[in-house]
Design a protein around this ligand. Structure first.
Ligand code: KG4
Ligand code: ZN
Length: 339
């Protein structure tokens, strides 16, 4: 085994075209992210076909920049890792096909990575001493999962959303109260000057035996509140709605994450995914972990939202186990977190 393993990683599952060079899984030499947010803002959400077209335009430059910024060239790279699911199929195909082309042309192994596994792995970059087992709450625009990370690459899904993902709920409510897209950061900001106790929205805990989530009831309740207020010509205080909604989401996420840690008798809790950059979620989970004497790990904001460094990290642990992909690797839009 070489002393230093360099992975070139590519991520294109949604609206970020990203490439990174990662050394030995945890040392990020470059992390280039080309975001399409400004383009999709106009439409109030990600338009899949537009996303694919933008990935096609950007991917060459993004990968070239990742290599240049890391001061490495093709010969230095040991493997090419790429997100192959879950995500938007047309968007995934751009990254997968590009990675396959590079791996073939450079004669390097190809490593297909699950996007959720990538999000979880961001924690290994953030905390160099972190080792499994730990419980990880993954909350993004497309997924809300509570995962028990038994070992590198070994996962047990303890619970997941039965309807909307947490980030999706943030985006929909932000649109309803006129904050725009993407909703998460805008609600987070508005909530800072709002009263979280102004409106009592429901905390949907489903039944207590499961670690599953459900956010559609909360979403309907907020939409009803807005609708009723408008009908009665009552003023809607956007900041109060944002703060009260955020509190309802965060309380349930934190409650279930702590419950999962207790269930698994596990002393470390980690956060991942776009929603993991929410200031209230980070604060409340930190406090609860402190109370329970758990170690709490949270990636910095740039490693929470979609990036390729996290894919390079997950790819490294697959490299160590010789888990390489065939050249027939395809995009899998509904890929589950295996094992
Ligand atoms: O992980 P990510 O970049 O993409 C997916 O894999 O889905 O997550 C994007 C999601 C969006 O729904 C966005 O609104 C949400 O993460 N998000 C936030 C915050 N920043 C991003 N949600 C709440 N608070 C934030 N500060
Ligand atoms: Zn993501």
């Amino acid at each position: 085994m070489k002393e230093n393993v360099l992975i070139l990683a590519i991520e294109s599952s949604c609206d970020e075209t990203a490439a990174a060079v990662v050394e030995n899984g945890r040392n990020v030499l470059s992390n280039i992210i080309s975001s399409q947010i400004e383009i999709h803002k106009e439409f109030g959400g990600v338009v899949p076909e537009v996303a694919s077209r933008k990935h096609i335009e950007n991917i060459n430059d993004v990968v070239a920049q990742a290599l240049t910024q890391a001061h490495v060239s093709a010969e230095d790279i040991d493997a090419v890792a790429v997100t192959y699911g879950p995500g938007l199929v047309g968007a995934l195909l751009v990254g997968v096909n590009f990675a396959k082309g590079l791996a073939y042309a450079w004669n390097k192994p190809l490593i297909g990575v699950n996007h959720i596994e990538g999000h979880i792995s961001a924690n290994f970059i953030e905390d160099k001493s972190l080792e499994p087992p730990f419980v990880c709450l993954v909350a993004s625009g497309g997924h809300t999962h509570l995962v028990y990370v038994k070992d590198h690459g070994e996962y047990e899904v303890l619970g997941k959303t039965r309807d909307d993902a947490a980030g999706e709920a943030f985006d929909k409510i932000a649109r309803a109260i006129g904050l725009g897209y993407p909703g998460g950061p805008l609600i987070d900001k508005a909530a800072k000057s709002g009263n979280k106790d102004a409106i009592k929205f429901p905390r949907v805990v489903i039944n207590d035996d499961t670690l599953d989530f459900s956010f559609s009831g909360l979403k309907s309740s907020v939409l009803n509140y807005i609708h009723n207020s408008r009908q009665k010509n009552e003023e809607i205080v956007v900041e109060d709605v944002a703060a009260s909604f955020q509190e309802a989401v965060v309380e349930v996420l934190v409650l279930k994450a702590i419950k999962a840690a207790k269930m698994k008798n596990c002393r470390t809790v980690a956060l991942a995914g776009g929603v993991a950059s929410n200031s209230s979620l980070r604060k409340m989970l930190q406090e609860e972990c402190l109370k329970n004497n758990y170690k709490f790990v949270k990636p910095s904001a740039v490693l929470c939202t979609d990036n390729a460094a996290m894919i390079g990290c997950a790819g490294y642990y697959k490299y160590l186990k010789n888990e390489f992909s065939e050249s027939s690797l395809n995009a899998m839009p509904n890929l589950e977190l295996a094992k």
